[in-house]
Design a protein around this ligand. Structure first.
Ligand code: FAD
Length: 389
């Protein structure tokens, strides 16, 4: 971890202290902490310095994300949303929109990103939110569900279908201040994990905004818009899972070294040692795949998309299994609601659902494997060669 990141990580450690369990139980992060981190550009670490950002590489941002994830997955989730919103503006916003909006996101304004809908979860092509032009305005009607950080957000990035499209594939993303008439944010009570991440359902009823609120223009292909924004989210979640594993490894090794049963530390019982070995392996595997994917981002490699899906798939599975092992090692000591490993167990399970579920990642990886094989295979001859006599 670079010096500048280590310093910021130490500041976050001090700010979080031992309060993550309390936030989890109350279901709320302190707004002043989010504003403070936001004003320092620490919630969207990759935004360039010219927009008041920290300008970190994907690799350094990943290490920072893992650190925050090791402390509090709710806070890391809010960071992921803020970073995804900023990334969407960076990728699709005009220079004017970037100059208008990015300094706000590195200056304390909070953002969330809405793709999912009641009838469009994994299948985002089924999105029904409609975005239409009306003179100098844009009007949005639809519903979004489970939008992380929406409870805290000042602005939402809302994805929807472009109504004037003739071939049905065109989409748009709109910057929607939450205080715009017609926007309703309803907080979701008692989520399984990341309980303080401010998940909310959103109603958009005749929401009218200036046409300049549409990022980069109308009619961009839906898959391009969604895949681009999700890629950032996947990378961030993958590193967050590395953080979950590091937190679990620390708790499990500390406990196993000190808890005595049958006259010796439980770490010396081979079946417990196996849990520790598997947890260490999980943390190392997740770290390596995330490092590889982040390097692909930093180098602009064509493998960036598949490496990111792989990182998300591997890290979330390792985190879910690793957190379960950590609870097993701590047993009753880790079985209280709000204990770091109990919290990690619930938080990690959700990482297998969001930003492309395990199954959706598997579908993407299988598609990649088949098309990579087809590209590598020699072209089939037009007709079977004659058998030599
Ligand atoms: P469904 O799509 O109904 O899927 C149900 C099951 O079927 C899953 O196991 C899925 O993998 C499987 N499945 C579906 N299709 C296939 C297929 N073709 N092949 C194989 N298996 C399949 N959304 C946002 O827009 N913004 C957010 O910030 C956000 N944050 C979230 C945070 C949390 C904690 C959660 C739980 C959700 C969040 N979501 C967010 C929504 C999230 O993106 C969706 O929950 C996710 O895409 C899955 O959609 P679904 O829940 O409707 O499940």
């Amino acid at each position: 971890m670079g010096d500048v990141v280590a310093e910021a990580a130490a500041q976050v450690s001090a700010a979080v202290g031992d309060r993550a369990g309390e936030w989890d139980r109350s279901g709320l992060l302190p707004l002043e902490l989010l504003r403070e981190l936001g004003e320092a550009g620490r919630l969207c670490a990759e935004v360039p310095a010219e927009y008041g950002g920290w300008g970190l590489s994907s690799l350094l941002s990943g290490e920072y994300t893992a650190h925050v994830g090791s402390l509090c997955s709710s806070l890391r989730s809010v960071m992921t949303s803020q970073g995804m919103a900023a990334w969407t503006i960076q990728r699709f916003g005009t220079p004017r929109q970037q100059a208008d909006w990015l300094p706000g996101l590195t200056g304390g304004r909070l953002a969330a990103v809405g793709f999912s809908e009641p009838d469009a979860g994994s299948d985002l092509a089924a999105m029904g939110t409609v975005i239409r032009r009306d003179g100098d305005s844009v009007v949005i009607d639809g519903r979004k569900k489970w939008v992380t950080a929406a409870h805290y957000a000042d602005v939402l990035v809302i994805f929807g279908r472009y109504a004037d499209d003739t071939d049905g594939d065109a989409a748009a993303a709109v910057l929607v201040p939450v205080d715009t008439p017609g926007v309703e944010v309803r907080r979701i009570a008692d989520p399984l994990g990341c309980r303080a991440a401010g998940h909310a359902d959103i109603g958009l009823d005749g929401v009218r905004l200036p046409a300049a609120s549409v990022l980069g223009g109308y009619g961009l292909p839906l898959p391009l818009l969604v895949t681009t924004a999700l890629a950032y989210g996947r990378m961030s979640v993958a590193w967050g899972c590395v953080g979950i594993l590091r937190g679990c490894l620390e708790a499990a090794t500390q406990h196993a070294a000190t808890r005595q049963q049958f006259g010796k530390p439980i770490a010396q019982h081979q079946l417990v040692a196996r849990h520790l070995a598997e947890l260490y392996t999980a943390e190392q595997v997740a770290t390596r795949v995330c490092e590889h994917a982040s390097r692909c981002w930093d180098e602009g490699s064509p493998d960036q998309v598949v490496a990111t899906v792989l990182a998300k798939r591997v890290s979330s599975a390792q985190a879910a299994a690793g957190a379960s092992s950590a609870v097993q090692v701590l047993a009753s000591a880790g079985s209280r609601d709000g204990h770091p490993v109990a919290r990690a167990h619930r938080d990690a399970k959700l990482m297998e659902i969001i930003e492309g579920s395990t199954e959706l990642c598997q579908v993407l990886l299988a598609d990649h494997a088949v098309s990579a094989r087809n590209r590598a295979a020699p072209a089939a001859p037009a007709s079977a060669p004659e058998r030599p006599s």
